[in-house]
Write a protein that binds this ligand. Structure first.
Ligand SMILES: C[S@@+](CC[C@H](N)C(=O)[O-])C[C@H]1O[C@@H](n2cnc3c(N)ncnc32)[C@H](O)[C@@H]1O
Length: 247
């Protein structure tokens, strides 16, 4: 798991790890990753993990029911809970910028290949995978177009990209306003720069890339988003599960 990342990413990883531990989205407990997504041993984000477990089952169903999805890339894999869950039925590679104990360092499973690398310049040859899963990770791309291009490159023609647990906004303006709220949040955590790498998704921007997307689940917040906008208020993020077929 070679680690040769630019200083800006090392800074991101360091501060992100600290904030995630503070939020209860990471843990020093060695059982934490092994029991996700069904049990959150921190007990602090149970509702979120209940939803994420459902999304995981949807992603898993796609990768199982669509033929020829044997080679899977878990992109922005974090501690690799999803890679480990899929490893019984698929050949899985996990990639993340965090090779430490809250990231790939927590993934102790010989069935999974661990690779330290960036979404925007994936260290793999073209056509190497049948499918990729981006679970709560695609919105961390600083350059979404480039990240989608890279995912399109490493997937074979007809390969699938499952996007789950990323906030999706109605339009770029709503997303940009949300990013400013995110910046204020991270500023209070002493790491405003983290907001540079947390940018919600917009369907039109996703569709500009090499994938044709379908929504597998509408995502929580759909009704709330519609009502907020009908009342002239700020639209809310949705968290759908999308699947894109590489064109
Ligand atoms: C919210 S976590 C999700 C982790 C895991 N997929 C999960 O479902 O729990 C986002 C992950 O994306 C990783 N990440 C952020 N920016 C990245 C980038 N440019 N390239 C690769 N991974 C990145 C972070 O290190 C982190 O592990």
């Amino acid at each position: 798991m070679a680690e040769k990342l630019p200083a800006s990413i090392r800074r991101f990883v360091e501060d992100y790890r600290r904030v995630r531990l503070h939020e209860g989205y990471a843990s020093d407990d060695p059982g934490y990753a092994a029991r996700l997504p069904y049990v959150d041993v921190t007990g602090r984000n149970r509702a979120v993990w209940r939803l994420r477990a459902r999304h995981y089952l949807v992603a898993r169903a796609v990768l199982t029911l669509v033929p020829g999805m044997g080679r899977v890339l878990d992109v922005g894999a974090g501690n690799g809970w999803l890679a480990r869950r899929l490893a019984g039925s698929h050949r899985v590679t996990a990639v993340d910028v965090d090779a430490g104990p809250t990231g790939l360092g927590a993934l102790d499973d010989r069935r999974v290949a661990r690779v330290c690398g960036e979404l925007e310049s994936l260290p793999f040859t073209g056509g190497r995978f049948d499918a990729a899963v981006a679970a709560a990770s695609l919105h961390y791309a600083v350059d979404l177009r480039r990240a989608l291009g890279e995912l399109g490159r490493v997937l074979r023609a007809g390969g699938l990209l499952v996007v789950a647990d990323s906030p999706l906004y109605a339009d770029a303006e709503a997303r940009d306003r949300a990013q400013e709220r995110t910046r204020a949040y991270y500023e209070a955590e002493g790491a405003a720069h983290l907001a540079d790498r947390y940018r919600g998704l917009v369907r039109a921007e996703l569709d500009e890339g090499p994938f044709r997307f379908f929504a597998l689940t509408p995502g929580i917040g759909r009704l709330g988003d519609a009502i907020a906008r009908l009342r002239g208020r700020e639209g809310l993020a949705r968290m759908p599960v999308l699947v894109g077929r590489r064109r």
